[in-house]
Design a protein around this ligand. Structure first.
Ligand SMILES: [Zn+2]
Ligand SMILES: [Zn+2]
Ligand SMILES: [Zn+2]
Length: 493
């Protein structure tokens, strides 16, 4: 197991190294998607941005299906005949990219309502994948059309209009629920529509999700809303993309970065409203099933407020009230000698305590010790576990700080990149205007080029590459946390 963990860690380090060598070349980098530079021509391509980020510069005027327009733009391949882009989105979103020439004006459509596909949430995400995760050319422009054509019904949250609204709770979305394979997070369920779109965008993690049957009502953890940018969804998708990068490099599905982030960032109450958080607003199962949901066992998170029982002669063996009631008291009642060494009155410990008796493993150790009366065996197991627990706490704290610092540095680089992008785009659009182009009705002239009208994004690219590298390093640190936690769970908990 240790060898395996080490190998993974080495491989990830190599990924980081390769990225370092690539930095400065190519557009963007193969790494976690970059947020759209505010106000730039790629605005509409981006992941929905957290909080205060400005919306896409040009909102799509054809988000609702409409009849009568004859100026739709699409792809020449007849397989993607149903893919339609309005001239406004073409000009603001696609024209500034290397994919501009892949589009053609379409023949007048039949008299049916048509919606602009570039206004769809997942198509925007596919655009971001193309722009930031395609150094090796594994995707082509058909990705947009394929994602637009995913037929998974609509996410129950697609029509939410703000973070003030609770997630939509449904008995069953059109095609069922999914969770992360092998490592499900209690309460983290995603509807089939969202999963199928993610699988199309990022085939490297297509096998990272598994269908799950839920007993009651639930909600999708993602909010792919056409009406506003959901910050938590954007954050989760950033980790989804990080997992796709790791999976592509390792040649197998690797979801640990997302799992680790979700573990450390349980859903907040939506809207910040005062009152009782209803489970529907927290995302996931209606029945919240945190193991410590009774609030009595702190497990391995030190608590200064809960109370614990200690054992005479083995003070490291701290047991919370809940686990005492479950395990020790019945033994005391039956006159088990070791159980009688426990202090029956619980007390809080000002420096904090962790519970040493919640896991199956330690309950087995306790059984063994009571059946043989071997206090020495118990002492040894408890002290081994304590040492590992301290090691894990120190390691995760250190890695968390490291990851936070790296992410902070990445944000600074991205901010600089966004500024550089704005400057280049402004310069280019000034040049374009001087050359007398850039007006919407000229959109069907696809093949002209304008000297100096093409923005020079090399500085932006370099800064974005640096940001990507920092984020990959942060993801590596988070991956190490996840691996340390896995090791703890497997061997020591
Ligand atoms: Zn549009
Ligand atoms: Zn969904
Ligand atoms: Zn406990």
């Amino acid at each position: 197991m240790r060898r395996f963990l080490k190998a993974v860690s080495n491989e990830l380090n190599q990924v980081g190294g390769q990225l370092q060598q690539q930095a400065g070349g190519g557009f963007g980098n193969y790494g976690p998607p970059q947020p759209p530079p505010p106000g730039s021509g790629f605005g509409g391509f981006g992941f929905p941005q957290p909080a205060a980020a400005p919306a896409s510069a040009v909102p799509c005027p054809r988000k609702q299906p409409q009849i009568g327009f004859t100026d739709w733009i699409g792809l020449p391949d007849p397989r993607f005949g149903a893919f339609n882009v309005c001239p406004s989105c073409y000009n603001s979103v696609i024209r500034p990219t290397p994919y501009a020439n892949a589009f053609v004006t379409k023949a007048a459509p039949p008299n049916v309502p048509i919606r602009c596909d570039m206004s769809r949430y997942w198509v925007k995400m596919a655009g971001l994948v193309l722009m930031t995760m395609n150094q090796d050319g594994r995707y082509d422009i058909s990705l947009l059309a394929r994602v637009a054509g995913v037929n998974g019904g609509e996410c129950p949250n697609a029509q939410l209009t703000s973070e003030m609204q609770p997630l939509a709770v449904v008995a069953q979305p059109p095609w069922g629920w999914y969770t992360i394979i092998g490592n499900p997070i209690p309460g983290w369920t995603v509807c089939a529509s969202c999963v199928w779109h993610i699988q199309t965008c990022l085939p490297a993690i297509a096998n990272g999700f598994a269908p799950v049957q839920l007993p009651g009502q639930a909600s999708c953890a993602l909010v792919p809303s056409d009406h506003y940018d959901d910050a938590r969804t954007a954050e989760m998708l950033r980790y989804v993309a990080t997992c796709a990068v790791a999976s592509a490099q390792l040649g197998r599905v690797e979801m640990s970065q997302l799992v680790s982030w979700l573990r450390q960032n349980p859903p907040r109450q939506r809207g910040g409203a005062v009152g009782h958080p209803s489970s529907s607003s927290m995302g996931g199962y209606q029945q919240q099933q945190q193991p410590q949901s009774n609030g009595l066992c702190p497990r391995n998170h030190p608590s200064t407020t809960l109370r614990c029982h200690t054992m005479q002669g083995l003070f490291d063996f701290t047991v919370c009230e809940q686990c005492y009631a479950d395990v020790i008291r019945p033994d005391t009642d039956q006159g088990v000698a070791l159980a009688r060494q426990f202090e029956p009155n619980p007390a809080a410990i000002p420096s904090g305590f962790t519970c040493q008796l919640y896991s199956d493993r330690m309950r087995r150790v306790w059984r063994e010790a009571t059946s043989t009366g071997d206090v020495q065996y118990l002492r040894q197991k408890v002290s081994e576990r304590r040492a590992k627990e301290r090691e894990l706490q120190m390691k995760t704290t250190q890695l968390q700080q490291q990851a936070a610092q790296l992410r902070q540095q990445a944000e600074v680089q991205q901010h600089l990149a966004a500024n550089a992008m704005r400057v280049s785009a402004n310069a280019a659009s000034t040049n374009s205007m001087l050359a007398g182009v850039g007006v919407i009705h000229q959109v069907d002239a696809f093949h002209y080029t304008v000297p100096n009208g093409v923005p020079d994004f090399s500085q932006t690219t370099q800064l974005n590459n640096q940001a990507t590298m920092l984020k990959v390093q942060a993801a590596q640190a988070e991956c190490q946390i996840a691996m340390a936690e896995e090791e703890w769970k497997r061997y020591w908990e």
